[in-house]
Design a protein around this ligand. Sequence first.
Ligand SMILES: [Zn+2]
Length: 1004
Amino acid sequence: MQKNYSYPKNQKRLFHITPSLQFIFMCLFFIGSYSKTLSQEYFQQELNYKIHVSLNDVLHELNAFETLEYINHSPDTLHFLYFHLWPNAYSNNNTPLARQLFQLYGREKLFNDPELRGAIDSLDFEVSGRNVHWNLLPGQPDICRINLDVPLIPGDSIQITTPFRVKIPKGVTSRLGHIGESYQISQWYPKPAVYDRAGWHPISYLDQGEFFSEFGRFDVRITLPANYIVGASGNLQNDNEIKMLDKLSADTSRIKTANSVENDFPVSSKQLKTLRYTADKIHDFAWFADKRFHVQKGKVKLPNSGREVTTMVLFTNEQADLWKDALQYADKAIWWLSDKIGDYPYQNFTAVQSALTSGDGMEYPGITVIGLAEDAYSLDEVISHEICHNWFYSALGSNERRYTYMDESITTAYTARYMDKKYPGKKLWEVYVKNRKLAKFIHVDKMPIQRMQELEWLIQARNNLEQPINLPANEYTELNYILMLYNKAATAFNYLRAYLGDSVFDAAMQEYFRQWKNKHPQPEDLREIFETHTGKDLSWFFTDLMGTTKRLDYKMVRIENQQVLIKNKGELVSPLVIAGMTGDSIFFEKWVGGFEGQKWIDLPAGDYSEIKIDPGHVMPEIFRMNNNIKKTGTFPRADPLRTQLLFSVDNPETHTLIYMPAINWTRENGFMLGMAFHNGFIIPKPLEYFVMPFYAFGNSDLGGFGRINYNITPYDNFIRLATLSFEGTQFGAPGHQNFRKLKTGLKLDFRNKKMTHPLNQSVFGNYIAASNLFQIELQEKAKMNSYFQFGYLLEKASVINPYTLLASFESGKTYKKTSVELNYRLSYWGLNNGLDMRLFAGTILKTDSKIPFYAFSASGRSGREQYFYQGTYPDRFSVFPENFFSRQMTLSEGGLVSPVNDSLGYSRWLFSLSLTSNLPGKAAQFPVKPFLNLLLNDHDINATQNSPFFYEAGLKAGIWGFFEMYIPILVSKNIDSISGTFKNRIRFVFSLDSISKLKLHGNR
Ligand SMILES: [Zn+2]
């Protein structure tokens, strides 16, 4: 599959599922299989299929009969067989597919919709003409076990037959489906699981995670209305149909631009036709049918053998403009890949444009289906990628589910190499920015297109969120599935190639293809060939780079006497390339074997000014700022500093100082004009800063905010990220003075053992010094008060039922207090629909203070917002309900909206529950939600209103998370008695912070 590169804005976290029967079963299999000796001779089973299938395009059904010869080449006697019945993955909400879609995307109860449901039924397995017992596996209705009455002894074969019917789901969920009368028929027939030296490999169908199947011969007959055009694996046997496709191809060629908007389905003809496809030594068979297809056919002569391959592209009017060149893309890629790896393994290749809902394209033997493409370059890239899968997946039938990198990463590496060759000098902005002037303005006009892969990967790597490359597909987070397997691992294979040299790498890969073509290679097989062929120990690649998250970071230390001292700061001990440069021109390049610690390296004499590690970005280097050193100068290791107005894409090789004008307003400062400076917030850096000074015209003074973060990301440690931060704030206060705040803190984010079911835990400690609020309010010269905060944060950031739990302790000179806050969303459906609950409980542990606001407040703003000067309040010191900004609040502590603090005073303890929910049904799309707040505290308001229990209910409206207006309509008597009119209870939350938080914390 080709995964699209769009980087999700919020990293979706996965949802915990209870240990399933599937897991228990898998464990049993593995225990069973590992007890077998792996030193057995390699063998593989042989399967010969005959399938006759009819398409019913009214009911969207397949009716078929399958005859399968199973030849047991293993040394074991088989008493049962596992069969995959993958259309059943769409049959209910508890299949492994349904559970994965729920986990990854929060798609809940998907298969309650009869249109989305798919299934395989009417099965009636017979072995050698006799009925057999078979059953679906518990929790895995897409796998069945067939018991053999007569055991299948080594070398013997049996014939298995079954009728079957497939209900084709609407094609919006995964790889099998139909959109109207356009059919994508993949993973559709009963097929045995792989049996190899490690035993059985029954695997459920998943969206994130591909396949593993036995090789064999296919003879497939497809009956359908005569005006369908079909693309399929294998070789078409009907001469009439071949002539018809040739004729259509000639017609399509005459249509220079087939960009008609007309894309309706013609009526299906009454007459039926039966097409026959045969193929030998393939492990899967897919087909695609549509009545609207344009056809273009061609031939490509393979470079070394001279053999001719027939190529065909099928496309509708939808992107006909782009697809008119697709045949050339296919021909060129097949030629080039055959030259590099070995002959294209089949006689035919077909690329089909169709609605596709998993990734940009999906590969099957000899055929690929491609979704909508962004532009010509992207279409060429995705077609080339899928074509490359004919080597790495089709012919080299590795276990994609277990070792996804053996197909996806190698395929992506070859695609990148091919596209680089075909489009030399292609720039990143041409695909991602599109506008040359803008690209020049933000200094990305020179970045090569390949840099995007590196930048995306760096975000995850610098956050210390990587996973090893050799994990099973379903153990990756959604993001890491792309960033580890497509971005990092593809770079890694091209790094290995750069180190070995193209000819050595190509020769090794050709040998791998020759030896393992139409077989099931394992990672050790690939490694053995590379090591034997190169005579090198490649453990740094196969053990460390593929199997761990060890990081690659070499650092230039100093130059002396025609030698350079380099230090390995990473954990990976792998080869590096150094180059002597003057400007952008390379004087020499030299590979050096990996080493630990420091090493002196000889430099050739010459007229170059700088030595650089990896100028071509072939190594997955995590920090490039320390990669260069000048031969002379006072600061030979100084990195280039670049200034940039407004915004830039981070360049890992340079310090970028980004600046932008900023305006601000507070009641005391008046209008402020300033400048924000930071060093980029897209890719995390060890040192990050954000400084925003202002000149205030109202009080002719200075104000502003600044923060510096120092981030430490230890390798393989229970601490994932340690952040040391320093922060300072100064703005105006009443009485011609300023309030000031200094904060220094340490936050430790712990590592999740299981990345797919993350519960993020962190602890923090802060020291805060802030102007004494009491003195500020009295307009006296304010002293600085000291405070400590400690806390623990537990976060489940899943799509469904996310929550955060914060337990904190705070102390000042005169008080100590503790509180717990739980925010929980009970999801109804989709991403933003649910019941939001907030529970808060807090108590004062000790207080000597006469100052009330250190205690808990029943309604926002709480004391904390005031004495810590938290949040962004343009009119922080205003008295409610004096003016508009005095109605601004933050939902904290007691959580009441109605302003009761002045009458009630502060509480020694309080307990509150706040509920807010989407409106039901379609009304959910209105920006209105009802809310209910309940509060209990240690005292009442006065003798006449002597209940310590408060409630309020009302509506809130606005832009969620940014500006929310709260209107309490129903309130308890005690609130009613003090809050005056209904109008005086209306308040708002204006989260200016949400913008700046986004800036500073990026993806953390
Ligand atoms: Zn792929």
